[in-house]
Design a protein around this ligand. Sequence first.
Ligand code: ZN
Length: 205
Amino acid sequence: MIVGHIGAAFAARRRWPHVSLAILIVASLLPDLLRVLFLPFGLFSQQSNVYTHGVPWIVLIAAASGLIAWRALRSTSAGVAVAVLVLSHVVLDMSSGTKELWRGGPRGLDLDASYWQYEFALEAVVLFAGWWLMRGGGVGRPWRLWRVPVLLLALELGVMVAAVYDRPYAKRCWIYPFAPCDDNNPLAHRWWAFWQPVDLTARRP
Ligand SMILES: [Zn+2]
């Protein structure tokens, strides 16, 4: 999940109108930003997920970032908003990814990989709802424009399309997994990619 988190930041802006939108957006994406910081240390993604998205670490990250925001900005609402958004990140990620909430704990629904259409719809709903809430709460003009959620959704669509291209050729169409990719209509038409070899033995999945 990417833009769904930003939708949560937009909604938070309505609740906490005096906290800067930039800070709210960074807080909503903080667990993913921290995961990027782990990369140079050679931690595999599964391990860095535990430390940036798993309990108890995520609770510590929420508390620490909330405290830093509270002290640095001298604002209780900034501290509360940051902590709540960091926690909301993990809740929203449970829909898209497969990460464990804690070691041996419940796993995410993995909509990203299996039912990306649901994932896209969910992100669109969260994004538009958050943006709509923010829009009614007196935010600056550029953020009130329709192109804000539309551009963000286009970005998300690009990510999802890349994920579909990542599939084997037999499963690479809009409609999969609701129906097989059998080339009978545009939605079931398989996407050819010049950079990937085509497995012609998989013509009828
Ligand atoms: Zn995440």
